[in-house]
Ligand binder design. Structure first.
Ligand code: GLU
Length: 509
């Protein structure tokens, strides 16, 4: 590739279902590379396999990219100069290249019917259509020229297959792996054009990557075995000098490192593997996604970026702009990256801490409303004050309820076991006096309450913890939550007094 060529990358998913986090990482790495080089990020829908098409999957992919902030410069919804961006709509553009390959002797017509091939598979369990058996099958290489012509004139159903060369080695420089070589004898004669006139992935991907002037390709490691076929097609079609640079991304591994992470692992171990909820229209099954599980897109993207990449320092938290600025292919590892859900949760915690309240407010309010809290009665400022107090305790926004419900309603239960065994008359008297003290209080904030309460403890001769903890449990219900005087400040004088008066009898009997 000449260095002055504009960087254009593509994310080319097939609309066959929900997006696995590995798929989103592929999109992300393409995006980061493009943006780092002021290039373009293209979304191309690879829907040539009509049998695998799933309604809703394309919309899902687009929504998912939007959620992650990976907005394509060109896509089916936002066409540029290289459309259409759905392969099914490009159908007429492929046949001529397949025919050209036949003419040049790099491909051939194959007339074998599905039944005939099935028969072969029965006889040879490891059957593949390849250089060592193609002359015994029914194709334009094995048949007489006239027979081929007759079949074509008759309109006999046929595919076009690549004629893999014998005893050759095909090599290329992978941006991550370095030099990779393949023996052509080990690769079968892949179908390029199907009987229905649709190209297969192999032909379409090469034709479109060229037509769309793609300069670099980041794709999953599972596509590496297809690379020799693609390289030969670039060569055979006379486009070798325009071939993009490839990078095959390392696998995302199961948490124990044994093999590729699958959707089943998520189901088994209780974590999401898809980016967003996916409702399978065929089975009716619902697969939970990171989004619905309560992940912020910033956290999801940050976590994905670090699955197989780092900037060479210990830094783990990056926002999109920083990722774009620091991303480099040299720092993508060759080895598979283990997925660690605990780490994913950590990223979410960190991103919730960093998120401005305004960004979280609507979701927090939704959590409250789910629990029948009329948020309008409280006002946004009140909710934001509480958010500031509990933010760093949240792994998910959902946790807001667990951490902060006591600000909106009196405790339904108390951690009685933590106070009752050590309760005595002195403590009852103490809290009765505190109530009187509070009643006389004109300024009501943590800075005033704390010294006041602590002085009262000192005067009583009891220990700090003996009274601080019950005070917290009176207000909160349990031994958790932010600074107790902050809680008292936010709850307000009347509410605090009410809660003390409500709890004391429960603690003493
Ligand atoms: N359509 C392929 C997929 O579903 C794209 C492979 C590639 O990027 O070349 O992943």
């Amino acid at each position: 590739m000449s260095s002055d060529k504009k960087v254009r990358v593509r994310f080319a998913p097939s609309p066959t279902g929900g997006l696995h986090l590995g798929g989103v990482r592929t999109a992300l790495f393409n995006y980061l590379f493009a943006k780092h080089h002021n290039g373009e990020f293209i979304l191309r829908i690879e829907d040539t396999d009509q049998t695998r098409f799933v309604p809703g999957a394309e919309e899902y992919i687009m929504e998912c990219l939007a959620w992650c902030g990976l907005n394509p410069d060109e896509s089916p919804n936002q066409p540029g100069n290289f459309g259409p961006y759905r392969q099914s709509e490009r159908k007429p553009s492929y046949r001529k290249f397949a025919e050209e390959l036949v003419e040049k002797g790099y491909a051939y017509y194959a007339f074998d019917t599905a039944e005939e091939l099935e028969e072969q598979r029965k006889i040879h369990p490891n059957f593949r259509y390849a250089h060592d058996n193609r002359m015994s099958l029914r194709n334009s290489l094995s048949l007489e020229k006239e027979e081929t012509e007759r079949l074509l004139a008759e309109g006999a159903a046929h595919t076009i297959r690549i004629k893999m060369p014998e005893n050759e080695v095909v090599s290329f420089n992978d941006m991550i792996r370095g030099r990779v070589s393949f023996e052509t004898n080990l690769v079968d004669d892949k179908v390029l054009l199907k009987a229905d006139g649709m190209p297969t992935y192999h032909l379409a991907v090469v034709v479109d990557d060229r037509a769309m002037e793609i300069s670099h390709i980041f794709r999953g490691e599972e596509w590496l075995p297809s690379a020799p076929v693609h390289i030969l097609l670039w060569e055979y079609l006379g486009w070798k000098d325009e071939m993009p640079n490839w990078a095959h991304l390392p696998l995302i591994l199961k948490p124990d490192g044994n093999g590729k992470l699958s959707k089943r692992d998520g189901d088994r171990l209780g974590f999401p593997v898809y980016a967003m909820n996916w409702n399978d229209p065929k089975t009716g099954d619902l697969t939970t996604g990171f989004r619905e599980r309560g992940f912020l897109p910033e956290a999801f993207v940050n976590m994905l970026a670090l699955l197989g990449w780092n900037d060479g320092t210990e830094q783990e938290l990056f926002d999109m702009d920083e990722l774009i600025q620091k991303f480099s292919v040299e720092r993508i590892s060759k080895a598979g990256a283990k997925f660690d859900f605990e780490k994913a949760k950590w990223y979410n915690q960190e991103w919730i801490k960093r998120a401005p309240n305004t960004e979280l407010l609507s979701e927090v309010k939704a959590v409250l409303e789910k629990h029948a809290v009329q948020t309008a009665e409280y006002g946004d400022d009140f909710v934001e004050t509480i958010l500031d107090l509990v933010k760093e305790r949240l792994t998910y926004i959902e946790d807001f309820w667990e951490q902060a419900s006591f600000f909106f309603q009196k405790p339904a239960n108390y951690d009685i076991d933590a106070v009752k065994p050590k309760w005595n008359q002195d403590k009852t008297s103490f809290f009765n006096e505190v109530t009187d003290l509070f009643k006389d209080q004109s300024s009501w904030d943590a800075a005033t309450l704390e010294p006041l309460f602590k002085q009262k403890i000192a005067d009583s001769g009891m220990k700090m913890g003996e009274l601080m903890m019950p005070f917290r449990i009176m207000l909160v219900g349990g031994k958790f939550g932010p600074d107790v005087f902050k809680i008292a400040e936010v709850l307000g004088k009347d509410e605090v007094i009410e809660r003390i008066q409500l709890a004391v009898p429960k603690f003493q009997d």
